[in-house]
Write a protein that binds this ligand. Sequence first.
Ligand SMILES: Cc1cc2nc3c(=O)[nH]c(=O)nc-3n(C[C@H](O)[C@H](O)[C@H](O)COP(=O)(O)O)c2cc1C
Length: 413
Amino acid sequence: MSGPRVVLGVSGGIAAYKACELLRRLTESGHDVTVVPTAAALEFVGAPTWAALSGKPVSAEVWDGVHEVPHVRLGQTADLVVVAPATADLLAKAAHGLADDLLTNTLLTARCPVVLAPAMHTEMWEHAATAANVATLRSRGVLVIEPAEGRLTGADTGKGRLPDPEEIFEVARDVLARSGAGGAGRPGVGVHDLAGRQVVVSAGGTREYLDPVRFLGNRSSGRQGYALARAAASRGAEVTLIAANVDLTDPAGVKVVRVGSTAELRDAVLTATASADAVVMAAAPADFRPTEASEVKIKKADDGSAPSITLQQNPDILKEISTHRARPEAVIVGFAAETGDATGSVLDLARAKLARKGCDLLVVNDVSGGAVFGSTDNEAVILGSDGSAVDVPHGTKSALAHLIWDQVVTRLT
Ligand SMILES: Cc1cc2nc3c(=O)[nH]c(=O)nc-3n(C[C@H](O)[C@H](O)[C@H](O)COP(=O)(O)O)c2cc1C
């Protein structure tokens, strides 16, 4: 195999079985994966499963295949080490440099990016010892994904669940791409340049109800905002994602706040931006709402007539947070989905919009023909209030997300 070399570490948590799904995604997308379980992980999922799914021999010990010195070679030659699930015990060992099995030796010899996806009971996650270990690991540049909230091993629920394998996969792919080992790599870009920063991203499209069943909405899928949230988390930021009517898997390690209407979006954005270093408004808020919403379903008239709907303008959230800044040093980014018209080209209209809104950056999509909506790709121009313009050629929404964060990071520092 010639794809990026990934060591998939699995430690002894109940979520070890979910790493099988992560392994499948990694191998099916062309990664060369070596699974390194701990002895405890093998109590949950046996070596034959890992060997069959990865197509490689599996060992938890430093004593197997010693002539190839695996305790050093695996870490040295890896492009990425990802441990999922990472137990409280594994975090403690990694933070303190213990090396009593193949996985912990690999973590010490790895010079590539390391991603840890912890999973444990809430009490273990919140314990001061675990918190200190996580802080130590993060300070060394390890990407420790925040666990998800939800059902835990028993009947209890809380923070500590392993994020969806699909999302850990996206983080892994993202980190690989940024480190230059994932094909579309961009070497030299700081992997954790948003560490210690709080960022807010809005995504999706708001809905304004006419009656209990009908609404005015728009075609925003939320994919660009989700890509932005995921990218920021993988660069070390603490991310609040405000999602308006989005039907996508929550990105790993991101706090998701769900909203419906533009008024709800405004409330959530104003609350979250009070302490934010950067705000990216990728959501498409409805500009208008019905002046009155009927409490009962509006009936169809027998005479063929249709009701007339009076609309009123919604508040302009981007303009509000840009002109009345909660934190003057925060970087505020807007999006403009434009189509050119008789009054000007897409870029003319966007420059005027940037000035009108008062934000620092405006990401401009030409949406003539509706090509962008729901797609996994995008193409844009990032306009700066300082007159800059960065052309982003056709590519993934994830690639655009990183280029937007690059621009934000430049302005933050
Ligand atoms: C049924 C069961 C489930 C467990 N689940 C977890 C877990 O989700 N997270 C965790 O940190 N430890 C969990 N443990 C405890 C670990 O297995 C134990 O700390 C072990 O020493 C971890 O070893 P390792 O870090 O070398 O894999 C669990 C133990 C049992 C018996």
